[in-house]
Structure formats: structure tokens, C-alpha cells
Design a protein around this ligand. Structure first.
Ligand code: PRP
Length: 207
């Protein structure tokens, strides 16, 4: 059961193209990533659970709603950091739990180097933020960590995916919806997405 959501939103497609452009400098790259993260999370939160809430307007009572789930953002270091600020504009009261993973250049396997999750889960929904879903190894490892932590509902929010990454993540975790702006052609022989955008961490941080 693949739950792949590829955005068709014109603003997302426009900003994605600018993000990919090799002429885009670090400052604009960070700004675009912030905006794309906000828009993609807006789409990814379409099914958040609500409970009834009544408020009093100057004209009387209005029967409305309030969001009832505790949400956590889980940016995957480093590149996921650039997605946090935009999502916090949309969801200012959520928790942010960082996970540090890097991809071994030889094996392409993820290596965990930062995880300060407490023993018990403190959120009901996690949005994993990482712009690039390449082989899928980092996303699978992150979801593994969150499931072991005991989070009941997990969503992956990325910007560009390779077909290989979508396939691996949805086979390993069929319950985790994948929200991206685009699924690109393929991975190259060193595990980079083609055409992709290069190294999302390096392009954000000028390294
Ligand atoms: C990139 C990217 C993902 C991962 C994707 O991070 O941000 O975390 O690779 O690759 P995968 O799907 O094959 O696991 P990288 O390891 O380059 O670390 P960085 O963000 O610190 O640059």
C-alpha cells in the first residue's frame, strides 16, 4: 500500500525549479527550502485530527474545531534543518526532535550520530523532514527510530525523491505516507538523485 503524494501545487512546482537551479545561491536556496517545507507540510497535514471547540465571537457562539494531536517535527541532520523554520511558521507550537544521520560514502548506509529522544514518546504524530529521499536508507532508519520510540503516526515530508527511495521506504514502512514535490528519474552510481539538485546540505550551508 504505497501512500505517495506528489504535489501538483503550482507554487511548489515553481519554487522547486528555482531550488534545483545551479545558479541559485545559498541564501535563496535556504529561503526556497523554507517556503517549500511550509507548503509541503500544509498538504501533508490535511488529515490531522480535530475535536470540536466552541468560541464566542462578538456576534455570538461559533462551533469550530481545534487540532487535537500532539505533533513533532523530526528534521534529519543536516539537510532537514532547512525545512524546520518554514514548518514552524505553520505549526508554531510543535515539538522539534533532531535525528543525526549521515550516509557512508562507500556503502551509502545511514550512520546514526545524534539522537536525544527521551524514553517515552511525547508526540502522537511525527513529520520526518529531509529534503532528499535517495536510496531511502536514511528515511527508513529514521522511521525505525521513531517506531521504536512508540510514535503511532509518522509521515515523511521531503522535497525530491528517487523512485528507488520511494520503493524502499514504502516497502519497509507501508503505513508511512510520503509527501514530496517531485519523484525524479533515478539515482546515479554514487547514490545522487538525477536530475535532483546536488547536495542539499552543502547548498544550504555553503560547504
Ligand atoms: C542526504 C540527505 C538525506 C540522505 C538521503 O544527507 O539529506 O538525509 O542523504 O540519502 P538516502 O536516501 O540514500 O539515505 P547526507 O548523508 O548527505 O548528510 P547531510 O544532510 O549531513 O549532508
Amino acid at each position: 500500500m504505497t501512500k505517495l503524494h506528489v504535489s501538483q501545487h503550482p507554487l511548489i512546482l515553481h519554487k522547486l525549479t528555482a531550488l534545483r537551479d545551479v545558479e541559485t545561491d545559498h541564501r535563496s536556496f535556504r529561503e526556497l527550502m523554507r517556503e517549500l517545507a511550509l507548503l509541503l507540510c500544509y498538504e501533508a497535514t490535511l488529515d490531522l485530527k480535530l475535536s470540536p471547540k466552541t468560541v464566542t465571537t462578538p456576534m455570538g457562539e461559533a462551533h469550530g474545531h481545534k487540532s487535537e494531536e500532539t505533533i513533532g517535527l523530526v528534521p534529519v541532520l543536516r539537510a532537514g534543518l532547512g525545512m524546520v523554520e518554514g514548518v514552524l511558521q505553520l505549526l508554531p507550537s510543535v515539538q522539534v526532535w533532531h535525528i543525526g544521520l549521515y550516509r557512508d560514502e562507500e556503502t551509502l548506509r545511514p550512520v546514526e550520530y545524534y539522537n536525544r529522544l527521551p524514553d517515552e514518546p511525547t508526540v502522537q504524530v511525527c513529520l520526518v523532514l529531509d529534503p532528499m529521499l535517495a536510496t531511502g536508507g536514511s528515511a527508513i532508519a529514521t522511521v525505525d527510530i521513531l517506531k521504536r520510540w512508540g510514535v503511532p503516526r509518522i509521515k515523511y515530508v521531503g522535497i525530491i525523491a528517487a523512485p528507488e527511495g520511494v520503493e524502499r521506504l514504502s516497502s519497509a514502512h507501508p503505513d508511512v505516507p510520503i509527501h514530496v514535490a517531485c519523484v525524479d528519474e533515478r539515482l546515479n552510481d554514487v547514490g545522487f538523485i538525477v536530475p535532483g539538485l546536488g547536495d542539499a546540505g552543502d547548498r544550504q550551508f555553503g560547504t
